[in-house]
Design a protein around this ligand. Structure first.
Ligand SMILES: [Zn+2]
Length: 305
């Protein structure tokens, strides 16, 4: 069978295979933090005396399975849901998870007008504006938003820093669990492809690089070995600083190649024909909906004129 036919078979079978294996898996990352995969985007969970906090809520269709998986880890109250962006595979479970939880203040504060208001949904203000404009039901919208660069709170015995990192769009936030030493990056860092820069919603290559550089600054490698600070990307396996640095370097190199060609007056079509992502496409350009060429176009546009 030719290569082209094989890729057609893969494309046709891919979605079926994924539906058939909607199997969730939990992995211990470090300290209080666990990673649940298979529910859409990566879902980070912290458990302990304060209760349960999740970073991202998975897809709506898998929220029941996700809740069951969380309950295997802890039966503690689900207090917080943090949204790293507004994509359906990250916030689809908001409503179901919120309904299953209770705000941190507890007691009477959880009941407003006879209705249990559930877990708090934390997001950047831009995320609330976006989902409200899109007509997302109020019960699935963020309940606690911020507009400053960083907010922090203490949960399960550790400082939790929520950082505003506008990168692939203007809703991105990342979460640093300081004692567990885990950074949940959202889709700014993803092992399944190039960052999906959404130009219409405030995304830019410089925003992506700024955010990745901020994560590199925060992360500390173990001496001469894998380990140290652990990173949970938006999609893909658990990473360490070396993985993050490789990703940051790749995007910096691609950005520089495109910028150099653009400075010489080349058009987007000419730059795409020069294939500035070629050496990375076999690994990161496999998403037919976000190829190396698509990424080049986004970088080209976000570099300005
Ligand atoms: Zn995602």
């Amino acid at each position: 069978m030719t290569r082209r036919l094989w890729s057609l078979v893969v494309v046709l079978l891919g979605p079926l295979a994924m539906t058939a294996h909607a199997e969730l898996r939990t992995t211990h990352v470090s300290g209080n933090v666990y990673l649940i995969t298979g529910a859409g985007g990566n879902v980070a969970v912290t458990i302990g005396d304060s209760g349960v906090m999740v970073v991202d809520a998975g897809s709506a269709a898998l929220s029941g399975e996700l809740l069951a998986e969380i309950r295997k880890l802890s039966t503690g109250a689900l207090r917080y849901i943090i949204n790293t962006n507004v994509d359906p595979e990250h916030v689809g479970g908001n409503q179901a998870l919120r309904a299953a939880g209770a705000t941190f203040t507890g007691g009477n504060a959880t009941v407003v007008g006879g209705v249990d208001v559930g877990a708090a949904i934390v997001a950047h203000e831009a995320a609330l504006l976006r989902v409200a404009a899109a007509g997302v039901p109020v019960a699935a919208q963020p309940t606690e938003t911020f507009y400053v660069p960083k907010v922090d709170f203490f949960f399960n015995g550790e400082p939790v820093e929520v950082m505003y990192t506008p990168a692939v769009d203007d809703t991105n936030i990342a979460v640093h669990f300081r004692r567990s030493d885990v950074i949940v990056t959202g889709d700014t860092f993803r092992l399944d492809g190039y960052p999906l820069i959404d130009l219409a919603n405030g995304g830019s290559i410089q925003g992506v690089l700024d955010a990745l550089n901020a994560f590199v600054d925060l992360a500390v490698s173990d001496t001469l070995a894998e380990g140290g600070t652990m990173l949970i990307p938006g999609h893909g396996r658990i990473c360490d600083e070396a993985d993050l640095v490789r990703y940051r370097d790749m995007l910096t190199i691609i950005r520089d190649r495109i910028a150099a060609l653009k400075e010489r007056g080349q058009t987007l079509a000419q730059i795409q024909a020069a294939k500035p992502t070629l050496d990375y496409d076999s690994r990161f350009g496999r998403n037919p909906e976000w190829t190396g060429e698509d990424f080049v176009a986004a970088v080209y546009a976000s570099l300005g004129t």
